[in-house]
Design a protein around this ligand. Structure first.
Ligand code: TYM
Length: 333
């Protein structure tokens, strides 16, 4: 079966190793299988669910596009565009918002985390964020959605929304519930400072993450300071459930070197932590520095990046307009 792939990344700056290993690296692999049709979106409408500065937003939209290209996405092979350039996303979100139930959205853990203690002050946009996400996916009849583990609940909701629309409007199979594509291991890259919390753009400490544009010295420093524990490097049979920081670093090493965690454990078992950290740093420098350099180079040519987005938006609009028109007819407009 040919897969239709859709995924998105928010242009909120500080794209990090979690975004790369959990999502973008997989976008590239999926794109490079000729049987797949891939659409990758810079989800700028999602980003304004929390306050953004207009000038910085524009810069971040280009930077996320540059990160896609620098990581290996190719605008000739994949459709690359920004969400606000295709009006059907917002229109679809409204219609689907009328199908979605308050109770479903209230259960979303990401909203609870992001809204924090003061829910009353969170934007309505933040609350209905997953409905817009469902619109993104369903407009293109995407069959598969590559994401990190933190988006799993939103994809389950997307499936529920699709089924409810089909049921309410007696239009079986019109909206296609998608399958999530989530890595089996290390689908959630954790903070370098706390193995129990996710590596995130919004963590106030820059030392909690490796940004794709970090310079070499900074990467060296961040790994040096990354939290570990007082025990020696684990042997291959050791259970690491109570050593989340060590497990995370071993995981990062394993994904970057395309090898199984057991092989990584066997390679470093009983060795010095500093040796492991040195090799992890080398690997990160080898894989991430070239991406960061390319991002910075691409950012010098804004016209080129804007052109990619404009051409992508034209292609995406053709697909999405057709689906939204059908959707409106079904609704009775
Ligand atoms: P965003 O921008 O927060 O994250 C982009 C992608 O990076 C993944 N990710 C991680 N993966 C592993 N470990 C981490 N620490 C980590 N942090 C982030 C996210 O899972 C995501 O795949 N709602 C989405 C954007 C979106 C979308 C869509 C995705 C909007 N519409 C439609 C798929 C389909 C998000 O939060 O992106």
């Amino acid at each position: 079966m040919n897969k239709k792939i859709f995924s998105g990344v928010q242009p909120t700056g500080n794209l990090h190793l979690g975004n790369y290993l959990g999502a973008i690296k997989n976008f590239v692999q999926l794109q490079n299988d000729k049987k797949n049709n891939c659409i990758y979106c810079v989800v700028d409408l999602h980003s304004i669910t929390v306050k953004q500065d207009s000038k910085t937003l524009k810069k971040n939209i280009r930077e996320t596009t540059a990160a896609f290209i620098a990581s290996g996405l190719d605008s000739e092979k994949s459709i690359i565009f920004n969400q606000s350039a295709v009006p059907a996303h917002s229109e679809g979100a409204w219609i689907l918002g009328c199908v979605s139930r308050m109770g479903w959205l209230s259960r979303m853990t990401q909203f609870k985390e992001k809204a924090g203690k003061d829910k009353e002050k969170a934007s309505v946009g933040l609350y209905i964020y997953p409905v817009l996400m469902a619109s993104d996916i369903l407009l293109y009849d995407a069959t598969h959605v590559p994401v990190g583990d933190d988006q799993k609940q939103h994809l389950e909701l997307c499936r529920d929304i699709a089924q409810k629309f089909n049921h309410d409007f007696m239009s079986p199979n019109f909206l296609k519930p998608p399958e999530p594509l989530i890595q089996k291991e290390f689908a959630r890259i954790m903070s370098l400072k706390d193995g129990n919390s996710k590596m995130s753009k919004s963590d106030p400490s820059d030392f909690s993450r490796i940004n794709l544009t970090d310079e070499k010295d900074l990467i060296i420093n961040k790994i040096k300071k990354a939290k570990t524990d007082a025990m020696p490097m684990p042997e291959s049979t050791d259970n690491l459930d109570d050593r989340p920081e060590v497990l995370n670093l071993l995981g990062i090493y394993s994904i970057l070197s395309n090898q199984n965690i057991n092989k990584t454990k066997a390679d470093f078992g009983g060795k010095n932590f500093s040796l492991f950290k040195d090799q992890l740093t080398e690997l990160l420098i080898d894989k991430i520095i070239p991406i960061g350099k390319k991002i910075k180079d691409l950012l010098k040519d804004e016209k080129y990046l804007d052109e990619i987005l404009n051409k992508g938006a034209e292609k995406a609009d053709k697909l999405a307009s057709k689906k939204i028109e059908e959707m409106k007819t079904i609704v009775g407009f």
